[in-house]
Design a binder for this molecule. Structure first.
Ligand SMILES: *[C@@H]1O[C@H](CO)[C@@H](O)[C@H](O)[C@H]1NC(C)=O
Length: 245
């Protein structure tokens, strides 16, 4: 039985390699990007994208198109913006200077930007033409509320780490996260793209005090273009003299 399974998976592997080979002969270039992403109105959005090139002579140029049934509508072109439609000109750029990146940033996201987009080199070689792939950009009117969390109970004098997680849409310009309580600031980090967006996390190393009992802890996130979201929760701090009694 295990041998048979191996045989099957080897055959699959062979087919996979074979198909990949075929791919590269006919296609020359592949693009990787999500099928959907959320963008915050008024802020910016970064669509993560990378490409592979199988022949050294292939172009490094990146063009992003707005999907349309009948036309090729350019929203970004690394060769120059003369063909870029005016609604996007000056608002689009590639975010990474790394080679093989085609991550697109759209600034000042506005109504009408909700559409399908796809990258490529030109009208003959692009993700839609070759694979029928495009990313759906959806609009959010308001940012997500931050989520404040910690584990365990709060005891007076016992240091605890409180996290504030903020979902956002613009990897190149993550939100600034602020707390209303004093404490030591731990890490602030960004998680990878997942579920249509990114997450920024701030850690606050906090020492509960009896005077903070029942007070609000607040976390605010200032997104690109000064759009603010916040959330708060009440602190329930166990005073040490209670535990002694
Ligand atoms: C913050 O907001 C979300 C919903 O908007 C909510 O689910 C969450 O529990 C709130 N509170 C904290 C403390 O994060």
């Amino acid at each position: 039985m295990p041998n048979q399974r191996n045989l099957v998976s080897n055959t699959m592997l062979f087919i996979f390699i074979f198909l990949q080979g075929l791919y590269s002969m006919t296609v020359g270039q592949t693009w990787t990007f999500p099928d959907k992403i959320e963008a915050l109105k008024g802020s910016c959005v970064v669509i993560p994208c990378s490409f592979t090139r199988t022949r050294s002579s292939m172009s490094d140029d990146v063009v992003w198109y707005l999907y349309s049934r009948t036309y090729y509508i350019e929203v970004f072109n690394s060769r120059g913006n003369s063909e870029t439609i005016s609604a996007y000109r000056g608002r689009t750029s590639l975010v990474s200077a790394e080679t093989m990146s085609c991550s697109l940033r759209i600034n000042n996201v506005r109504g009408g930007d909700d559409a399908y987009y796809y990258p490529g080199i030109d009208t003959n070689s692009n993700a839609y033409e070759k694979y029928g792939n495009a990313v759906r950009l959806g609009l959010r009117e308001k940012p997500h509320d931050p989520v404040i969390q910690w584990s365990g109970g709060m005891i007076e004098g016992q240091q605890i780490t409180i996290t504030c997680k903020v979902e956002h849409t613009c990897w190149s310009n993550p939100p600034t996260i602020e707390w209303n309580k004093r404490g030591q600031h731990g890490r602030t980090y960004q998680s990878n793209f997942a579920g249509g967006g990114w997450k920024s996390v701030s850690e606050l190393i906090y020492t509960p005090s009896s005077s903070d009992h029942n007070s609000l802890i607040m976390c605010s996130a200032t997104h690109h273009n000064r759009i603010i979201s916040l959330n708060s929760t009440r602190l329930n701090i166990k005073c040490t003299y209670y535990t002694r009694n």
